[in-house]
Ligand binder design. Structure first.
Ligand SMILES: [Zn+2]
Length: 369
């Protein structure tokens, strides 16, 4: 009798252990995008870059920051379950190397990342200051290194296929000697310098449509005629003071779709003509959405999709390789706007594509909550 009871207890412990480990283990769709590898550009035109490592996980503490870091995973999953792409279509990047980081940042900046208090300041997340440096590196900085590697890979893929979308990146506040505003590594600038170093491009253009000014990009490329920085942003919010991009278009609070799109349509062709870029990096932050907690523009979700379409389609029509990075977007449903925008690009440039939609599994729902 005793033996039987012991067996029952052992079996129960086994089931509970399996259930716990089963829940902790990421879903199959995420395990498939863990190791760096080549994917498949849809219709040989659109390459999507993503990695499971983009996800920041500090035991739930990451949720204390207004930035929804899970938005990257949610977009990947939504594209997958909608049948727009399979996990094997995804190009999975390597993490950026220190050598690549030093193409833009200073050795002092790299050293500063060993201090949790400094990283907490860069990320505007005071809670991180108390964490051991090793944990911050493994759980937070590592995610940014993969996201930055993703933007570099997207640059290479855009040159090959025309359009590449990194489901992360756009850290336009990072400066050579410091991170700022939740941004650590200046991914777009590093990608541009890496492509230039490899002789793949000479000139580049950053079209920064995030609601905040791309102050980091402006500083990095100040006085460099090979890279044109164009930033359209709300004038009366962070960062203050503003830096000087090659072209800044400041918008008043309350600007809506029609005025925004009118200004973009007016400036973009001129900017492309002046910059004569071999590649364009679009920072497609969706914090221009009405109701964003950090800004006061009044764009609709549809307006933002039209904005991204205008920028991407213009580059494609002029035969210029284009990279889209996600940038900011802090409201609860911001990820859905960016999902719609990525979906529009895939459907336009891969009209015959598509697999059968499926329901997300319970595990996928928990993983991206
Ligand atoms: Zn922003």
């Amino acid at each position: 009798m005793k033996k039987r009871r012991r067996r029952v207890v052992l079996a129960a412990v086994g089931v509970v252990t399996l259930a716990i480990f089963g829940c902790m283990c990421p879903p199959k769709s995420f395990r498939a995008v863990k190791r760096p590898r080549a994917g498949r550009a849809m219709n040989d035109k659109v390459a999507i870059v993503y990695s499971k490592h983009y996800q920041i996980n500090v035991g739930g503490l990451e949720k204390l920051h207004p930035f929804d870091i899970n938005k990257y995973a949610k977009i990947y999953l939504a594209l997958n379950t909608a049948g727009l792409l399979r996990p094997e279509d995804i190009f999975v990047p390597q993490a950026v190397t220190n050598e690549q980081i030093l193409l833009v940042h200073t050795p002092g900046f790299l050293a500063s990342l060993k201090d949790s208090k400094t990283v907490a300041r860069y990320l505007e997340a005071p809670i991180i200051a108390a964490a051991p440096a090793g944990l911050v590196d493994a759980a937070v900085l590592n995610a940014f290194r993969y996201a930055t590697g993703g933007t570099i890979l997207a640059g290479r893929l855009a040159l090959k296929h025309g359009i590449a979308i990194n489901l992360a990146g756009g850290y336009h506040h990072a400066k050579p000697n410091a991170g700022e505003g939740f941004n650590i590594y200046a991914d777009m600038a590093i990608a541009i310098r890496a492509l230039q170093k490899d002789g793949l491009i000479k000139r580049a253009l950053i079209v920064d449509l995030d609601v905040h000014q791309g102050n980091g990009s402006a500083i990095i490329f100040a006085g460099d005629d090979s890279v044109f920085t164009f930033s359209m942003h709300e004038g009366d919010i962070y960062p203050t003071p503003k830096e000087k991009s090659d072209l800044d278009v400041e918008l008043p609070a309350g600007t809506g779709d029609e005025e925004y799109l009118r200004l973009l349509a007016r400036h973009l062709p001129k900017v492309i003509k002046t910059a004569r870029p071999d590649i364009v990096f679009i920072q497609a932050g969706c914090d221009t959405l009405a109701g964003d907690p950090l800004a006061r523009l009044k764009m609709t979700a549809d307006g933002i999709v039209r904005r991204d379409a205008m920028a991407i389609d213009r580059c494609v029509s002029e035969g210029i390789p284009v990279v889209m990075c996600l940038g900011g977007g802090y409201s609860k449903n911001a990820w859905k706007v960016q999902y719609d925008s990525v979906r529009r690009t895939i459907e336009k440039y891969n009209p015959a594509g598509g697999n059968r939609p499926r329901r997300p599994t319970v595990k996928e729902k928990i993983y991206t909550k």
